[in-house]
Write a protein that binds this ligand. Structure first.
Ligand code: 5GP
Ligand code: ZN
Length: 113
């Protein structure tokens, strides 16, 4: 997709602090971190949100979570961390390219706000 912020980050047309990349997935530091560790993990394929994902995206969705667990281990988030998909404006989604938030390094409350 040509006019998508995260597609542009994937193609390195817009700079970001990349912390992981492979042919299917890339991950970078959130520009407005909500925790000491706040990483966005995205597919290179443009999928607007989880709602638009299909059966052919099943392995990519698993891959996003495994990369989150790997980054959490690397950052020694042993006390716990949170992985979140915001789906749709009512849930706080503001960028419509699928991204898994990895948040860690502070205590989290439940239920989330
Ligand atoms: P959402 O609200 O869609 O779940 O999450 C979008 C996230 O993208 C937000 O946490 C926001 O801070 C982050 N974000 C928005 N624009 C940029 C940007 O240009 N660069 C980076 N690194 N993060 C961004
Ligand atoms: Zn995109």
């Amino acid at each position: 997709m040509t006019d998508c912020l995260f597609c542009k980050i994937s193609q390195k047309q817009i700079p970001a602090k990349l912390v992981y990349e492979d042919p299917e997935i890339f991950a970078f530091e959130d520009i407005q971190p909500q925790a000491p560790n706040h990483i966005l993990i995205c597919p290179r394929k443009h999928v607007a949100s989880l709602t638009e994902a299909t059966a052919e995206d099943a392995s990519m969705l698993g891959h996003l979570h495994l990369v989150a667990a790997k980054l959490a281990k690397e950052r020694k988030l042993t006390a716990g961390y949170r992985t979140v998909f915001n789906n749709g404006p009512g849930a706080g989604q503001s960028v419509f390219h699928l991204h898994l938030h990895l948040l860690g390094g502070r205590d989290f409350r439940w239920p989330p706000g």
